[in-house]
Design a protein around this ligand. Structure first.
Ligand SMILES: N[C@@H](CCC(=O)N[C@@H](CS)C(=O)NCC(=O)O)C(=O)O
Length: 219
């Protein structure tokens, strides 16, 4: 058990994903569970996110943020990186650690952008005459990334020798495709995600965000 100050993570007061754990606080919760670090959450409404008080923590008015004593971070990648560095989320071997970091960056800067773009198309461009064409285009861009990634993963359980923050970030990014049907086109990737979701730390993080969502629904 660490004696670091208990971190506080900001989360959606009412997540638009309906409790599916697709918002980016999920990767932070999961990382904290993996390293056994207790944490608190602070809900923020969409309006409050854009207010000066929250922008002091997150200049772009988003979640998640991470406060640990006098340290404040935003950007889920930087937060998970920090958690993994402070605890045991990276392999001890220096090269394996560098490769895990490599995968974190790949997840965030190569795989996640077209996935987020697909969400933009679905949420904001549904009424456009070119909606179907554009969706097809963006989904093919995602398929191209998944094809490369699927070849690279092959039959391995994890990206490198053992589960690390690189796997965590990659899986959390791929989970955003959970209702798209795209992941199922790549059985080894679907299994990779399922394997990670079966981890006790993932389950705890998932249940915590779901309980939080359900408590909000009950109000
Ligand atoms: N690059 C940022 C993206 C943060 C982000 O897009 N957060 C979403 C929730 S997953 C959000 O706050 N959306 C509300 C908004 O942008 O107003 C990260 O990885 O932390």
């Amino acid at each position: 058990m660490s004696n670091l100050p208990k971190p506080v993570v900001t989360v959606f007061e009412r997540s638009p994903d309906g409790g599916k754990g697709l918002a980016r606080d999920m990767r932070v919760r999961w990382a904290l569970e993996e390293v056994g670090q207790p944490y608190d959450v602070r809900p923020v409404s969409f309006d409050a996110m854009k207010e000066t008080e929250h922008r002091a923590l997150h200049p772009f008015g988003q979640i998640p943020t991470y406060e640990e004593g006098s340290l404040t971070l935003f950007e889920s990648g930087a937060i998970v990186f920090h958690i993994a560095s402070r605890h045991t989320g990276f392999p001890e071997d220096a090269n394996a650690r560098a490769r895990a970091i490599n995968w974190m960056f790949a997840a965030l800067s190569t795989v996640e952008p077209p996935i987020v773009e697909r969400e933009v198309v679905l949420y904001l461009e549904q009424d456009e005459s070119w909606f179907e064409q554009r969706l097809h285009l963006v989904e093919n861009r995602i398929r191209a990334k998944l094809t490369d990634f699927s070849h690279r993963l092959g039959e391995a359980d994890w990206l490198d020798s053992g589960f690390s923050a690189g796997d965590l970030m990659t899986v959390d990014v791929l989970r955003r495709l959970s209702e798209s049907g795209l992941l199922e086109e790549f059985p080894n990737l679907a299994e990779f995600v399922a394997r990670a979701e079966a981890r006790p730390a993932f389950r705890r993080a998932f249940e915590a965000q779901l309980a939080f969502f359900n408590a909000g629904e009950a109000v």
